[in-house]
Design a binder for this molecule. Structure first.
Ligand code: SF4
Length: 175
């Protein structure tokens, strides 16, 4: 209970102890954001070598479940986080956009690695020079390959963004 109260205090709520009992005060929006950022469900797909690093993030050593983001979903309709792990070819771009469109709002995107962020070493006609030309990106994770630690840091930055963000449920996001 004490841990839960600390979490809500961190989220902008307030708590007080009275004779062994405790209560907290908060807003519905704060509670919803607390739940959203601690239960990010990534869509299950990977595009290239970065995907191996993403898989390692879900393993025992790095344990993405510490951040509540371990529930990789096979259906985009059950996911609210797209981790673009690897280079995006021109052929794959419409598929990536299709997966994004099928995810329910609110949803977020992490561009993992140099290739997803800007094309990386593949400065050619076959590779999209940054996945933000296809879907809106919230967090960019640098590196080639980016480390699992880097992805975890990116998830933490996304959680910060959700904590501080505007009400995005009905927000139309420009692409
Ligand atoms: S950033 Fe590096 S590791 Fe990731 S997909 Fe590109 S070449 Fe592979």
């Amino acid at each position: 209970m004490a841990e839960g109260l600390e979490a809500f205090e961190g989220a902008g709520g307030a708590s007080a102890a009275l004779g062994g009992d405790a209560f907290f005060l908060t807003t519905l929006k704060t509670m919803v954001r607390w739940a959203e950022r601690n239960s990010l469900w990534p869509a299950t797909f990977g595009l290239a070598c970065c995907a191996i690093e993403m898989m390692a993030t879900a393993g025992l050593r790095f344990d993405i479940s510490r951040f509540g983001a371990e529930v990789f979903r096979a259906s985009p309709r059950q996911a609210d986080l797209m981790i673009v792990s690897g280079r995006v070819s021109q052929k794959m771009a419409p598929v990536v956009r299709n997966v994004y469109d099928q995810m329910p709002h609110p949803k977020w995107v992490i561009a993992m690695g140099a290739c997803a962020s800007c094309g990386g070493i593949f400065d050619n006609y076959a590779i999209v020079q940054g996945v933000d030309r296809v879907v809106p990106v919230d967090v960019y994770v640098p590196g080639c390959p980016p480390t699992p630690d880097g992805l975890l840091y990116g998830i933490m930055k996304l959680q910060d963004k959700i904590r501080a963000g505007a009400d995005r449920v009905f927000e139309e996001r420009a692409v």
